[in-house]
Design a protein around this ligand. Structure first.
Ligand SMILES: [Mg+2]
Length: 484
């Protein structure tokens, strides 16, 4: 068997949740350097304790800033916020959009906005995401703050006649930022990392394999040196004999990178003190840096553009910017992909039942259209006779009318059945928002960003162990509607 065939044979055995999915062809063998973001990419946090911690610390900051103590009674609802949502800061609403920027679901605070009102608000508006009003929920760090914001919108509505939702949003944002910046969150994690970190036992093996294939490895994180050292030490040090200390895996480490600005500015990389990452004997002198910019990093590596593959979890800060500004190849780590695939497999029956109903609806609609034209006398007598024979009908126009009414009734029943299935399908993913990659019939806004900017995507870095290092990741043939 050829090596390529071996790769294919192995891949079909890989469980769906552990596969790598491809948006752009990528020849792993031509990648010369692989870079990783740290938080939520190499370092996977346990969602519940991690998000609850951020939620609680933000609550405390808000109370310290003058908000009522009753705020401390709010509890984090992990299901209420998913990635890819949009916050309408002006109206205190949270939205889900499809790939055409059409709003398919809306909550005001935590209360669902009825479809009619939603259409009045958003159907004729082109939402400018990232502007003054609409802000995306595109990092896992944002989930707790949006849950807190939504619950505070409810409180604000109860307390004030003219609530200022934008000010509230800014306050919540500032509270979360402060909790990250002053160490309230990170110090707590540092005291007991294993309570918050999910250590992936396969991570050292995949990094080792990359290194032994002569591909250069770098870490590019926004976290500061002390925190990076603490987390990476837990994940990688003392596991493999060939790389006793975590820095042994990497050619280059950049901390406090300040992404996404890192991909746009022109700063030089400033060397870190020798012991900043916890080791006096560094493998290479001055290999660890702070700040800097993409140009300086490419210069230090002696590589650029599509020779570099970068793994990140942040749609905007990691994937969009590195792809757009410097043509890096991109791999997106989407932890919730595993859940999404599990739900997708469980809901397969609903999905195919709904497709069956749609095919029946299409056929009924064609018959109804024919009948309407027949009743209006727009169809030849011969065609009407043929139709009536096939449908087992006798008599004249009155009989055609009765049959058309019967069809309309059948269609209404089927539409209701399809809606019920659709709702059950959606709710099996998430009771508020449905699947993160779909918005009704369309790909969601989040899904379309992944399609546009992530060359490949998967649920965790160690999934690469399932593939050979010279793997050619190929997309399926994507057809335009007229080509199907
Ligand atoms: Mg990250």
């Amino acid at each position: 068997m050829s090596r390529a065939a071996e790769g294919v044979a192995a891949v079909t055995d890989v469980p769906r949740a552990q596969r790598i999915y491809v948006n752009r062809n990528l020849r792993l063998g031509s990648v010369r350097a692989i870079g990783f973001d740290m938080d939520h990419t190499l370092a996977v946090y346990k969602a519940q304790p991690f998000e609850r911690l951020a939620f609680r610390e933000a609550q405390k900051k808000l109370v310290a800033a003058g908000y009522a103590r009753t705020l401390l009674r709010l509890r984090y609802d992990q299901t209420f916020v998913v990635r890819g949502l949009i916050v309408d800061k002006r109206r205190g609403n949270i939205l889900k959009m499809d790939c055409h920027h059409y709003v398919v679901q809306t909550y005001h605070g935590t209360r669902k906005i009825p479809a009619e009102m939603r259409k009045d608000l958003y159907a004729r508006r082109r939402l400018r995401i990232g502007g003054a009003t609409y802000t995306p929920v595109d990092t896992l760090f944002s989930l707790p703050e949006i849950s807190l914001y939504a619950q505070m919108v409810d409180l604000l509505d109860a307390a004030e006649r003219k609530p200022n939702y934008r000010e509230l949003y800014d306050d919540v944002r500032a509270a979360v930022d402060a909790a990250h910046a002053d160490g309230s969150i990170k110090d707590r994690i540092a005291r007991d990392p294993l309570r918050f970190l999910e250590v992936d036992a396969h991570l050292p093996a995949i990094l080792e394999r990359i290194v032994t294939h002569g591909v250069r490895l770098f870490l590019l994180t926004n976290s500061e040196a002390a925190y990076t050292r603490l987390i990476m030490d837990r994940l990688l040090s003392g596991v493999l004999d060939a790389h006793p200390y975590w820095t042994d895996y990497f050619d280059l480490v950049v901390v406090r990178a300040g992404k996404p600005g890192f991909f746009a500015r022109h700063d030089v990389l400033r060397p870190l003190a020798q012991d900043a990452l916890g080791l006096a004997r560094l493998r290479r002198p001055r290999f660890s840096f702070t700040g800097g910019s993409v140009g300086a990093l490419e210069h230090a590596l002696g590589l650029s553009g599509d020779e570099i593959l970068y793994f990140g979890d942040h749609t905007y800060g990691d994937i969009m910017k590195s792809k757009r500004s410097c043509g890096w190849r991109t791999a997106m780590i989407i932890r919730s992909l595993e859940d999404e695939i599990t739900h997708l497999q469980a809901a397969r029956e609903e999905w195919s039942a709904r497709e069956g109903i749609e095919r029946r609806l299409d056929r009924l609609a064609a018959s109804r259209d024919f009948l309407e034209r027949a009743i209006e006398g727009e169809v030849s007598a011969e065609a009407v006779r043929r139709f009536m024979r096939a449908a087992g009908l006798r008599g004249g126009v009155a009989q055609l009318r009765r049959h058309a009414q019967g069809l309309a009734q059948q269609m209404r029943t089927l539409v209701a059945e399809a809606e019920g299935l659709e709702m059950r399908f959606e709710e099996s993913f998430n009771p508020y928002w449905g699947p993160i990659f779909r918005a009704g019939r369309e790909v969601s806004h989040f899904g379309s960003q992944i399609e546009d900017f992530a060359c490949i995507y998967t649920s965790r870095v160690s999934n690469f162990l399932n593939y050979p290092m010279d793997k050619y990741f190929v997309t399926g043939h994507v057809l335009m509607p007229h080509e199907m």
